[in-house]
Design a protein around this ligand. Structure first.
Ligand code: MG
Length: 358
């Protein structure tokens, strides 16, 4: 029997080619020149993730057989006794993705082949069109359509709620205030405008960013129904998920949820009760490729599609992991795509490429 290839070093690499901090894990092995990379990006707590890996997981992992991804995932996840928090999950994700990378290199196969092979030739992506006015949003939607995009997320005024004339008490601190009713009204106006302007042959999406009271989110979902969204994202906060049952009874607008989830009990009830249409976890925040592939399989059994979180606070290594899961998943829905800059591509050679809408 061939001698096992073992982990000889684990390095955390912190980088911010633009403003967003990214965390990449590099696993080195007993095989000269053989290493793997994984994404552990928890932008808001990147130093905590680096500490968790360098001070707690590294010594635990050195000497382990790189072949045993499942066992390494499970033992790393319970090593701190308490689990299912974002720092731990991102740390384990960095290790998990790096081990899949190594396994692919050892096998001489892309990871999507190890996950079951291609279920499609490319992953359709969506990009974000926003603007300060309806015409500006429309202009940006048309720009993406000309580039071949088939799915476009529309937001009026960035996150949508910034309206100048908001009532506030005397001595209220300066800042950006949110008007939930104005936002909800404007969002319906936005989709009325865009759907009428660009027609039915384009998929439109919207992200609420959990900014409405639950009953207002239900009403928005109903009011958007005539515009046939591909999905309405994060209409409710993770603390308000019981309201999805109400939303489901009131409206046929497809629901996407999950980018803030860290714990299986957050998504399990929504899946088994068929209360959402798309699962869109941040893959490093649920622990990497190993749990994400299991989650995709679980969703497949319930007719729920995937739409993994793909903003700028996922490193290109994490985007590549998203795409390997996308290509190999029968129930792939769509992939969020941030549009890497030249600077990002220079720091991360091999960053996936957008061609047409894929
Ligand atoms: Mg979102």
């Amino acid at each position: 029997m061939a001698k096992p290839i073992t982990i000889t070093n684990v390095r955390t690499i912190l980088t911010a080619p633009e403003v967003t901090p990214l965390v990449v894990v590099k696993i080195e092995t007993s095989e000269p020149g053989l290493y793997g990379l994984g994404c552990a990006t928890f932008t808001q707590r990147y130093l905590a993730v680096a500490t968790a890996i360098d001070k707690y997981l590294k010594d635990f992992l050195i000497g382990k057989d790189v072949a045993n991804i499942e066992d390494i995932w499970q033992t790393s996840f319970v090593q701190s006794s308490w689990r299912n928090d974002a720092v731990l999950s991102n740390s384990v994700s960095g290790i998990d993705m790096a081990l899949w990378d190594i396994k692919g290199k050892v096998a001489g196969m892309p990871v999507y082949d190890l996950l079951g092979g291609k279920a499609r030739a490319g992953a359709a992506v969506y990009r974000h069109a926003d603007g300060k006015s309806l015409s500006e949003v429309e202009e940006n939607v048309r720009k993406y359509m000309e580039q071949g995009l088939l799915y476009i997320r529309c937001q009026w005024g960035g996150y949508g709620g910034r309206i100048d004339q908001i009532k506030a008490p005397e001595n209220a601190p300066e800042g950006a205030y949110f008007d939930p009713h104005g936002y909800a009204r404007n969002t319906v106006k936005l989709f009325d405008h865009i759907r009428n302007a660009v027609g039915d042959d384009i998929e439109l999406l919207h992200d609420v960013h959990e900014r409405l009271a639950p009953i207002e989110a239900v009403r928005l979902s109903k009011n958007l129904e005539p515009y046939r969204l591909f999905f309405l994202e994060d209409a409710l906060s993770p603390e308000a998920v019981d309201w999805f049952a109400v939303m489901r009874q009131q409206s046929a607008t497809p629901i996407a949820m999950g980018e803030l989830f860290t714990h299986p009990q957050e998504w399990l009830p929504l899946i088994q009760n068929r209360l959402i249409d798309f699962i869109r976890c941040h893959i490093s925040t649920i622990g990497g490729i190993t749990p994400a592939k299991k989650l995709a399989h679980l969703c497949e059994a319930f007719g729920i599609r995937t739409a993994w979180h793909g903003p700028g606070d996922v490193s290109p290594v994490g985007h590549a992991a998203n795409l390997h899961i996308d290509l190999s998943s029968y129930n792939f829905g769509v992939q969020e795509w941030w549009g890497p800059s030249d600077l990002i591509k220079e720091v991360f050679p091999g960053t996936p490429e957008l061609r047409g809408g894929y």
